[in-house]
Design a protein around this ligand. Sequence first.
Ligand SMILES: *Cc1c(COP(=O)(O)O)cnc(C)c1O
Length: 467
Amino acid sequence: MVNPAAAARRALPSLDRLLGSTAVAGLIAAHGRSRVTEALRAALEAERARLAAPGAAAYDEARFLHACAGALHSSAAPSLKPVFNLTGTVLHTNLGRAVMPQVAAEAVMAAMIRPVNLEFELATGARGERDSHVERWLKQLTGGEKAVAVNNNAAAVYLALNTLALRKEVLVSRGELIEIGGAFRIPDIMARAGAKLVEVGTTNRTHLKDFAEAITPRTAAIMKVHTSNYVVQGFTASVPEPELARLAHAHQLPFIVDLGSGTLIDLEHYGLPHEPTPRETLAHGADVVTFSGDKLLGGPQAGLLVGRRDLMARIAKNPMKRALRLDKLTLTALDAVLRLYLHPERLHEALPALRMLTRATDEIAAQAARLAPQVAAALGDAWRVAIVPCKSQIGSGALPVDALPSAGLAMTPAARKKTDVGPLAAAFRALPVPVIGHIKDGALILDLRCLDHEDEFVSQLQGLRLK
Ligand SMILES: *Cc1c(COP(=O)(O)O)cnc(C)c1O
């Protein structure tokens, strides 16, 4: 008796025959022999299993090789890639925070593929200091006497405390013992930095005398943390910076301020809510101010410290600076972004983060009106697409209560009994440039405030795979 399944399996080509075929030569050129061999072996095995089922369609070599090529291609694709951030949160930590300007990208590209004078004084030929490339701008933009740059603001806080308060006490208001997304908690960083936290006052109210009474010979610093990602409302009191600075200085203690976002410009000038600047904070008497490079500043991930020359010099000499320092690419990007601040009149166009934060609501609404019919056409009859007002968030902890009026598209199932928009959100995320929105009240919302590359957004809509 003839076993049809066994016959079908015998019709499968051998691995060697496939590897020698002209059709596979192209795959080997693209992916290398060993990866192609492995992929073909796995695919042949799967094919053999498939053919064992009664009534299975016969082996089709063109289709088989097409599937192998697809698998090879997707297994080599990068997992970290550009996406559309239509979440409504401009500085979205999970989506890489600030989008950087083209000039920064071009500068980084040159620094990647050519040697650079990272720690080399061109005028003298002597060894240079890597932070000098950004320090000159930071001094100018903040009024600080000296600046140091590290990998992120958590590292900046760590380095300041580890340098100035190792095995000593640091006074912090109870209302400022904050956690910032993920794993950054002020008390934890302080412990790892080797400083002992002394909590002062209560959660909602802290007075100057609370600080004054907590000062002992073991005190090394007074620290203020900008409560960037929440607000304490109602019966509250905190000590103004100038008073804390005066108290610290009367006891020869440094006053450290962690600003978190720390914008370099007056945001009110752009119609945005006020956020403290390092310049203001230094003018209030802070000795060391720390802030992020990739929040409102609009640059790459970095932690920046500015302040008093003597304290900053000690911070720069901490051996941990070596472990936390910036690489040449980040320094190059930071330099390019900081130089945009030299021309403040152009900043809102030149700096993508600021451009997105200041985009006119009318313009976003017009974009929504333009896109709604195209999205509706791509989704078909099963979905309703509406233009809706949105409230964008600045994100990254900055200004948590102030929302920016925006516009977006809301997608809901046309049939009342179907309510789950999860699969639609997944289909948008599965596009070649994934589209990330948010789900609210049973609708998938795409806030268009941060939509650049509109043509690309539209052209890939036809690739939406809806169940
Ligand atoms: C965001 C933030 C940090 C951490 O900054 P990273 O650059 O993310 O390390 C620290 N302190 C405050 C107040 C912040 O808002």
